[in-house]
Design a protein around this ligand. Sequence first.
Ligand code: PMP
Length: 382
Amino acid sequence: MAEKRYLMTPGPTPSPPEVLAAIAQPVIHHRGPDYKKLYAECLGRLREVYRTESEVLLFGASGTGAMESAVANLCSPGEPVLVVSAGYFGERWASLAGAYGAEVDHLRYAWGEIPVTDDVAARLRERPAAAVFLTHSETSTGVVSELEPFAAVAREAGALSVVDAVSSLGAVPLETDAWEIDVVASGAQKALMTPPGLAMVSASAAAWEKAGGAGSPRYYFDWERTRKGQATLDAPVTPPVSLVVGLNVALGLILDQGLEAAFERHIRLGRACREGVKAMGLELFSPDDDSSAVVTAVRAPEGVDSSELVLLLRDRHGVTLAPGQGELKGKIFRIGHIGYYDVFDITTALAAVELALVELGAEVERGIAVTRALEAFEHTTV
Ligand code: PMP
């Protein structure tokens, strides 16, 4: 019998059977009426999930494509921008803006720290910037930042707020319009429960105005071309039709259940995971509070290399967790709980971690993690 595999990384995430079944249907043509109908529906649902009245542009790309589109459409060579980073994906904003020739001021925190709005305000007073690039959920550390105050600080300083919401959209609250966030970039393969290959980005009126005068070269990721295409449901390139079909179903499932219910489930899954991890005697790397609703990052115990643990879990037990990235390589491992997960996925991950750590000779408290996780999930309300 084929080995059963458990995908428990913070992206890509498992897709519900309804989504997979939709993707498996015969391919339809992207200029035909069937596609136009579901394309319109999908774009409308995206706006609902984004909580925005603005158009959400959809690209065939991974999440980084949406991020790159933001840089390509907003930045001009030599223009000052501010990047706020505290982990692997924050660094990506700096690399992207640098690649497009922007003059990057980098407010860099130690990985795992939580960025502070006052620091950003002070930095912008010192060095004005056209745009501030932020990470909502820093998947490499498990830190989820409060976006609203950052957006306000950027606005007061006359800068656009540009947010990486790749691992947060649909998992934790994100009010694009109410919080007046200028640009939100995301991807389909996390809380939106769709196989990888779709990226999306929203832009405020101010961001559109800036895009009109930005001097970076772009073609595939040109926002205006894409907006024009979407306005007539006539995509400027051949979209990954089957993925859009799948995304539309996934968004329907999320909205049927309600976004608030999704946020609550993510909080409870985070609680279950943290309580289980602590019951085993392990130390959390991500914050020990409800902000850690996307991914739980755990320090490997003394004498254990977390990359080795992750390999053992995958190869011997069929459980795929995420290792530490960049400077956290070998030091932490990460359990994702974004999208199509329930508490039994958490207990499976915890039970497998417990077993693998024992195999690696680590001292862990055995037999209570699963019980604690179930209790934390059941006996708490948000
Ligand atoms: N930003 C964050 C916060 C992410 O978690 C990821 C994916 N792990 C990315 C950006 C990059 O997305 P992709 O791999 O889809 O390009």
